[in-house]
Design a protein around this ligand. Structure first.
Ligand code: NDP
Length: 296
């Protein structure tokens, strides 16, 4: 079997187009422009690239983008004061603090200072609790993107066996909650899981989020299963730096029913879902109905 390639780049473009058309309607019918504030502390090169890309795509869908670039030495008090200002600013519907933060700043404290209604990353403890109890929340962007692709491919996920490799707060755990919410039978695996291969082989859906280049070989995949590869790993191959996922793409694609490539799979969906979350936050803040198909 050769797997169907789930084209995250094309799907992300569709999501952005949907967001853009809602934004146009919001402007015309309600006189509201959604706004996303992104806060970057320090000069981490990867974070700078992400923040630039987020700002550019925010503007492209017609939203306002507010970038706050702070000195690496910024104090916690100053950062919290900025978040407080953004929380109170009616033009700002979404707030994202780019992680990782410099070591002298307490990420949990900072994230939990964001108004949960504006927490478009879905990392605030209130949103984690709401998601865990099946209530309306802001859903973390990467798992939301994975869920959208799975729903698009399968329709209903009810009754499917799903394995999530990785238990991080930003990917693995919320991914498992979302799959459970869609009535999958969910297993969460991690570095202490015994016989990972056997656990994977039972799954109709494998979501790999471990951060280990090409760790999952094709013979761990049940024939016909759907493989969502969240991993982004830079490795040297044939004298070049290349991007690979957590799944060995060639061998897995020979067995799976469907698979996301790296790059061009989950990655593009993450920013598209950030824009979707900002739109959702804006609609909720204004008592308007939420866009369909853009939330969990
Ligand atoms: P973390 O490092 O926070 O978590 C990794 C998880 O994988 C941990 O739960 C860890 O287990 C588990 N793990 C590590 N090694 C093994 C192993 N050998 N066997 C089984 N489980 C293992 O990573 P993130 O969740 O933040 O990210 C995961 C990957 O996804 C990375 O490649 C990252 O770059 C990528 N990513 C991609 C995004 C995108 O937009 N496409 C967004 C976010 C992340 P334990 O808890 O036991 O240590």
């Amino acid at each position: 079997m050769t797997a169907k390639v789930i084209d995250g780049k094309a799907f992300a473009a569709e999501v952005r187009a949907k967001v853009a058309s809602h934004v146009t309607r919001l402007k015309e019918e309600n006189g509201i422009t959604p706004g996303l504030a992104v806060v970057l502390v320090g000069e981490d090169p990867a974070s700078q690239v992400y923040v630039r890309s987020k700002g550019k795509q925010t503007v492209e869908v017609g939203m306002n983008s507010y970038e706050h670039k702070l000195d690496p030495e910024t104090s916690e008090a100053d950062l919290l004061a900025l978040i407080d200002r953004l929380n109170k600013d009616a033009a700002v519907h979404g707030i994202l603090v780019q992680l990782p933060l410099p070591k002298h700043l307490d990420s949990d404290l900072v994230i939990n200072a964001i108004d949960p209604a504006k927490d478009v990353d879905g990392f605030h403890i209130s949103n984690v609790g709401l998601l865990g109890t099946g209530q309306k929340s802001m859903v973390p962007c990467t798992p939301l993107g994975c869920l959208m692709m799975l729903r698009d491919h399968h329709g209903s996920l009810a009754g499917m066996d799903a394995v999530v490799l990785g238990r991080s707060n930003i990917v693995g755990k919320p991914m498992a909650q979302l799959l459970l919410g869609d009535s999958c039978t969910v297993t969460i695996a991690h570095s202490r899981t015994k016989d990972l291969a056997d656990v994977c082989r039972r799954a109709d859906i494998v979501v790999a989020a471990v951060g280990r280049p090409e760790m999952v070989p094709g013979d761990w995949i049940k024939p016909g299963a759907t493989v969502i590869d969240v991993g982004i790993n830079r490795i040297e191959r044939d004298g070049k730096t290349v991007l690979v996922g957590d799944v060995d793409y060639a061998s897995a694609a020979a067995v799976a029913g469907a698979i996301t490539p790296v790059p061009g799979g989950v990655g593009p969906m993450t920013i598209a879902c950030l824009l979707a979350n900002t739109l959702t936050a804006c609609c909720r803040a204004n008592g308007l109905s939420e866009p369909e198909g853009l939330t969990a």
